[in-house]
Design a protein. Structure first.
Length: 344
């Protein structure tokens, strides 16, 4: 048993009743204290490198977790379910270990269209070829959607239960018995109650994950953060601003295509490069198009402006971007068009 983890199966001699809230709270505080201790199991010599899949139902904080472990925004986030649609790789090299994190779409159970079938294939592919799985759930909660994702996990790959959003749990006394119930659902290697927004929790997570990665040479340069192109990141940023500015009004099936992505070198020494981008937002109905454009074009102007500001910071460049809207009725249920829009 390591000092930095919660053992899923504590020795019988140390098991105490958890019916009383005070006992449960004391048990939880003890476990969290253990979690704060540094892990001593990670070797200090030789390189380690491996794939770590981040999986879970929609909106449990997977993309927020990826951005936190990478240390920079790699995957877009919003309150809207099904924001992430691609397998997105984030790379973080620390000391002798290179972590290759893979953020996946939330597994879809509500709509059986071509888009969701594509997203689910991405999830299934990601969990079958990794060294470690981070199964993310909201602390204290377990739904049928969580159970569906859990059923996809392979028995031969270690799985950490990431009990995320711990800061949202007001009755901490309920977490200890909940963790005990979770150990009956799957043979988790370790339990990690945490908040993806807490820097100390992220630091602790690195120590826990490192020992599960094989000893081998790194796959990427030490300063690389993702294997996704700037063109891909531009499309994702437009889509994030689209969802953030339309809220629940716009169906999740809306997507973004990059029609032009051109780079011009700096005109003079000391100036930044110039990126010229043309993006098309694809919606399914004329009413959705009007919604995206907004009154007198104000909403689409804001989408473009906020995208430009974020891309200039992310890519350290001067950005000129044009954003358009097109209607493509039924595209999300057309497998050929789904593939043509870049979905696997």
């Amino acid at each position: 048993m390591t000092a930095s983890s919660i053992p899923p199966n504590p020795p019988e001699s140390s098991t105490e009743p958890t019916d009383a809230p005070d006992d449960a709270l004391a048990s939880l505080e003890g476990m969290l204290a253990d979690l704060k201790k540094a892990s001593s199991d990670v070797p200090t010599t030789g390189q380690r490198c491996g794939l770590v899949a981040i999986v879970g139902k929609p909106n449990v904080g997977k993309s927020t977790l990826l951005n936190a472990v990478v240390g920079q925004k790699i995957s877009i986030t919003s309150r809207k379910a099904q924001t992430t649609r691609h397998r997105i790789t984030g790379i973080r090299t620390r000391d002798n270990t290179q972590f290759v994190f893979v953020d996946t779409p939330g597994f879809q159970t509500l709509h059986n269209n071509a888009l969701n079938r594509s997203l689910n294939k991405t999830v299934q592919g990601a969990v079958s070829d990794v060294d470690l799985v981070l199964f993310v759930v909201e602390a204290g909660s377990f739904t049928l959607a969580d159970a569906k994702v859990l059923s996809l996990l392979k028995p031969n790959i270690p799985v950490l239960l990431i009990a995320n959003k711990l800061d949202n749990v007001h009755r901490r006394a309920e977490i200890a018995p909940w963790l005990q119930s979770m150990q009956e659902r799957h043979p988790f290697a370790e339990f990690v109650p945490m908040s993806a927004k807490n820097a100390k929790d992220i630091e602790r997570l690195f120590g826990i994950c490192a020992k599960y990665l094989p000893e081998q040479a790194w796959w990427y340069d030490e300063d690389e953060l993702t294997d996704r192109s700037e063109k891909f990141q531009a499309a994702e940023t437009v889509r994030e601003k689209l969802f953030r500015l339309t809220g629940d009004e716009l169906p999740y099936t809306s997507t973004v295509i990059i029609d032009k992505f051109e780079e011009e070198p700096p005109a003079r020494k000391g100036q930044k490069r110039l990126l010229k981008i043309a993006a098309t937002i694809v919606v399914e109905r004329d009413g959705h198009k009007a919604m995206v454009i907004g009154d007198k074009g104000e909403r689409i102007k804001r989408i473009g402006m906020e995208t430009r500001v974020e891309l200039e910071k992310l890519m350290d460049a001067k950005v000129f971007i044009e954003v358009w809207v097109k209607v493509r009725s039924g595209w999300a249920d057309d497998e050929a068009r789904v593939r043509s829009f870049g979905y696997e």
